[in-house]
Design a protein around this ligand. Structure first.
Ligand code: BTN
Length: 317
């Protein structure tokens, strides 16, 4: 995103109506150049209504990302971060830094090719959410990291609860939900040795003000429907702090302390679920918490089964 584009985005962020002539004068360019930049912002997913004559207005006010504010609120000294405009995907950008740095977070205003789990995309309009990826190194080996995405989900849900009072829950394995609608998710990508050093990219996406007509293939919600005031920069700092503390704790103490907290976040608790196998077949049961590796326990016909996140997809029904 060019500095010129960012300038006009930041100017519109107040949610007020700005007419084309005023914008042209403020930025010392022609009205046609303003129109071109507005079109470019629209392509990045920003909902701008109006024309040069009637004035331009964004559908929802945005708190523009601000490095100084994030830094002021960040308590965890092991975290460093970079703020970007629109990127393809913060996970992809971090993956391109080889070796993936420990404790570095990339945060973006928007993504043009945001990645979700299971090869899906992640709708990431400019200013409409939180899109961040954190690099983290572990010594415990891949085998100790199977519950990592659960720990990440709980960290993000806790930061949200503390910061906004919104009772975010988790639909196993890592959908962040409010009243059963998806508010966010995480995409954790790990490389390394089964019993040796590993590097993880922890990607977190949260909908803050997603347009109601956004094309998302499941029931979704966004934070502005549940919280009156959203301090985007502060929330980012809170999420990074919580992630740093919890990832450190996971490495030192294992998953058990997190498993004990899971019932407080478990959106599927004791609910009927349908397990969809990769071959298309299904079976039904009742969700019954987690085992020690973070697999979902399901009671079915008097027997307890466990399912791994990679193997199945769960639909509440
Ligand atoms: C999911 O499908 O639930 C996971 C979504 C993860 C989206 C985030 S947004 C920041 C980071 N960069 C990406 O490309 N994806 C993750």
């Amino acid at each position: 995103m060019s500095p010129e584009l960012h300038q006009i985005f930041a100017h519109l962020a107040d949610g007020e109506r700005h007419n084309g002539a005023e914008l042209a004068e403020t930025f010392g360019v022609s009205r046609a150049a303003v129109w071109k930049r507005i079109e470019a912002l629209r392509k990045l997913g920003l909902s701008v209504s109006g024309t040069a004559g009637s004035g331009y207005k964004i559908e929802y006010p945005v708190e523009v990302l601000d490095e100084t504010v994030i830094r002021r609120h960040l308590r965890h000294s092991s975290i460093d971060f970079e703020v970007h405009g629109a990127v393809d995907s913060t996970n992809a950008r971090l993956a391109a830094r080889q070796p993936v740095p420990h404790g570095l977070a990339l945060i973006a205003e928007g993504q043009t090719a945001g990645r979700g789990r299971r090869g899906r995309g992640w709708v990431s309009p400019l200013g409409g959410g939180i899109y961040l990826s954190l690099g983290w190194h572990f010594e415990c080996g891949l085998s100790g990291l199977s519950p990592l995405s659960l720990v990440v989900g709980m960290a993000v849900a806790s930061a949200l609860r503390d910061h906004t009072g919104v009772e975010a829950m988790l639909k196993w394995p890592n959908d962040l939900v409010v009243d059963s609608a998806k508010l966010g998710g995480c995409l954790v990508e790990i490389s390394g040795a089964a019993e040796g050093p590993c590097r993880a990219i922890v990607g977190v996406g949260l909908n803050l003000s997603l347009p109601a007509d956004a094309t998302v293939d499941q029931a979704f919600t966004s934070l502005d429907r549940h919280a009156s005031k959203i301090e985007r920069n502060r929330l980012i700092a809170a999420i990074l702090d919580r992630l740093a503390a919890d990832l450190t704790h996971l490495e030192r103490h294992g998953f058990e302390p997190f498993r004990e907290k899971w019932p407080d976040f478990d959106a599927l608790s004791d609910r009927p679920v349908r397990v969809l196998r990769a071959d298309g077949s299904t079976w039904d049961g009742r969700a019954s918490g987690l085992d020690e590796h973070g697999s979902l326990r399901i009671r079915s016909r008097g027997r307890m089964h466990t399912v791994n996140a990679g193997e199945v997809s769960i639909r509440g029904h």
